[in-house]
Design a binder for this molecule. Structure first.
Ligand code: XBP
Ligand code: MG
Length: 262
């Protein structure tokens, strides 16, 4: 099936945003009078829980609290998270989360080739807007036909829900789309939605297991940082473009449910 759409994860895939998220959480905790401070190693563990509100909840679960205290703090999660989202927007707006190498190139190439673009993320929609508008200009959101984000679905990654939501809104079968991810949770979500999945790990996810990925690359590649060692795998090209992605999708053959439908 011909490549019709690229579906991008956001955090870690479009940009290395997790340090801005971590600092945002910590500042929000301080502003809410809490003495919590998530270190980098601790945050790497906490990232196993996707979704900021859920992540705060998982952290609370690990604290030695009496039930009343735990409940009272649980009821404050939404407020704390709102503060964190505002702090994150300011940080991203100040240029602290540039796009990863090759991302803008691939987005431009896809547009020129008539390949549709979408987003499937667990992060809050406002964060997607801050990141895209800061890095790609005011009309950045219009580049993406569907933006699936945050609480639009009941279950976050690794559940397939956000990918299924995006596929449904695109009106496309998984076999015509490719997902781009950076984490094991994201990969599991995309594969559970039966998508061909390309993984470009980030600082936070580089030690995770990506054995299920259809294509694993250190990045998308650019003239400044060509994928020298992967060029043979990419038909001689040292950057990942629409042509290479389509070739990978064709080589992988039909996705399982489509096969079953034959
Ligand atoms: C990343 C996440 C998010 C962010 C924080 O998911 O798990 O929770 O860390 O964002 P993805 P929020 O890579 O799928 O974008 O605080 O807005 O949830
Ligand atoms: Mg991610």
């Amino acid at each position: 099936m011909k490549l019709e759409a690229l579906i991008f994860d956001v955090d870690g895939t479009l940009a290395d945003t997790e340090e801005a998220h971590r600092l945002g959480f910590n500042q929000a905790f301080r502003e809410h009078g809490l003495d919590w401070n998530w270190s980098k190693p601790q945050y790497a563990e906490l990232l196993r829980t996707t979704g900021g509100k859920e992540r705060i909840g998982a952290y609370l679960d690990g604290l030695p609290l009496d039930p009343a205290e735990r409940l009272a703090l649980r009821q404050r999660i939404a407020d704390i998270h709102k503060t964190k989202t505002a702090i994150y927007a300011r940080m991203v707006g100040a240029g602290e989360a540039p796009l990863r190498d090759g991302v803008e190139r691939l987005l431009d190439e896809a547009r020129a080739a008539g390949v549709r673009l979408a987003i499937a993320t667990t992060t809050t929609f406002d964060n997607v807007r801050s990141l895209l508008v800061t890095n790609l200009g005011n009309d950045a959101l219009e580049r993406f036909e569907v933006i699936g984000a945050g609480d639009q679905v009941a279950r976050k990654k690794p559940a397939p829900d956000i990918y299924e939501y995006v596929l449904q809104r695109l009106g496309l079968p998984p076999g015509a789309c490719v997902a781009l991810e950076d984490s094991a949770n994201g990969l599991a979500a995309a594969k559970a939605a039966n998508l061909y999945t390309i993984v470009t790990p980030s600082y936070w996810t580089r030690d995770e297991d990506f054995g299920a990925a259809d294509l694993l690359l250190p990045g998308l590649g650019s003239a400044a940082r060509p994928l020298v060692h992967q060029a043979a795998m990419l038909g001689g090209n040292s950057v990942l473009g629409v042509r290479e992605i389509d070739a990978g999708l064709q080589a992988a053959g039909p996705r399982a449910p489509e096969l079953r439908a034959l």
